[in-house]
Design a protein. Structure first.
Length: 214
């Protein structure tokens, strides 16, 4: 399957996912990991919420006074995020964009938060393209905070034909080459996560802190 076809299918998948009135991502309270990063003073400057979905993280950080841009491949997700932003009287900017091919926003971000964007890119070529985009739109010294599903979880094929998200340590390190990025921390944890927005389940995840070198 070609990369172009994969990207088209991925966008279709997320567009369909956000056609339903409620999704597992429509949660008002912030993710505990994001709240902890903020308390530790690790969220700095202009922030990109990469793969923002309906805006949970972007709206939370905006409410704390950060300048945040949320980007997602799904227009349905972005429209939902914009509606939530208007309801909360937030100034958060939301943009429909393919993070593998984005051409604007040259060296504009100091912090990037990614909950689920990287692990949704099922080919090495797409993950490398994503890292190249992030390197170009981040300022020197910017930090990426990434949470991604691990290959320690059961894998399989979704009914859309996509593999379920599952990344290895090697795949993450390959995506962010050492001449451009410093992987300061890459931790493997088993965490509690809501399944379908209803029940808690145990899931293995990677937590990465990655800094732009040059």
């Amino acid at each position: 399957m070609s990369t172009t076809k994969n990207k088209l299918n991925l966008r279709d998948f997320w567009e369909k996912g956000y056609e339903s009135e409620i999704t597992p991502f429509d949660i008002e309270e912030p993710d505990s990991w994001i709240a902890e990063l903020e308390k530790q003073g690790k969220i700095k400057g202009r922030v990109l919420d990469s793969g923002c979905g309906p805006g949970r993280t972007a709206l939370y950080l905006s409410s704390l006074g950060y300048e945040v841009v949320g980007m997602d491949i799904s227009n349905n997700a972005i429209e939902r995020a914009k509606r939530k932003s208007a309801q909360k009287n937030c100034s958060t900017q939301f943009l429909q964009a393919d993070m593998c091919t984005l051409t604007d926003y040259e060296e504009q971000f100091d912090t990037v938060v990614d909950i689920g964007c990287l692990h949704s890119l099922f080919e090495e070529q797409l993950r490398r393209a994503y890292a190249i985009t992030l390197h170009r739109i981040c300022r020197k010294g910017a930090t990426l905070y990434i949470r991604a599903f691990s290959n320690a979880n059961p894998t399989g094929i979704h009914d859309t034909g996509h593999a379920l998200p599952a990344l290895s340590e090697e795949q993450i390190r390959t995506a962010f080459p050492i001449d451009q990025w410093n992987i300061k921390d890459l931790t493997h944890k088993k965490i509690d996560m809501l399944a379908d927005g209803k029940e808690m389940s145990k899931v293995f995840c990677w937590f990465a802190e990655i800094k732009r070198k040059n």
